[in-house]
Design a protein around this ligand. Structure first.
Ligand code: SF4
Ligand code: SF4
Length: 72
């Protein structure tokens, strides 16, 4: 199964560090003013970072899979 991790747009990221402060699982870190995912396996995909990023630089997209059902 593919690991779900947030996507970061470094062109939009200002390096404010808000996501680093609020992530409850220390998944993101700031290095040289650039945010990176340092613990992808620890991400619970709570989407808090997406909700609170002031620049809209983090997205937590969801993939919708449509199941085929058979009508009998
Ligand atoms: S909260 Fe947004 S702008 Fe701030 S460091 Fe994180 S990704 Fe970058
Ligand atoms: S989705 Fe939640 S756990 Fe994952 S990096 Fe963002 S705040 Fe942290």
């Amino acid at each position: 199964m593919k690991l779900a991790i947030p996507e970061i747009d470094l062109d939009k990221c200002t390096g404010c560090g808000d996501c680093v402060e609020l992530c409850p699982l220390d998944v993101v870190a700031l290095t040289n003013n650039e945010v990176t995912i340092v613990k992808p396996e620890g991400c619970s995909y709570c989407t808090d970072c997406e909700a609170f990023c002031p620049s809209g630089a983090i997205k937590c997209p969801f993939e919708i899979v449509l199941a085929k059902t058979e009508i009998t």
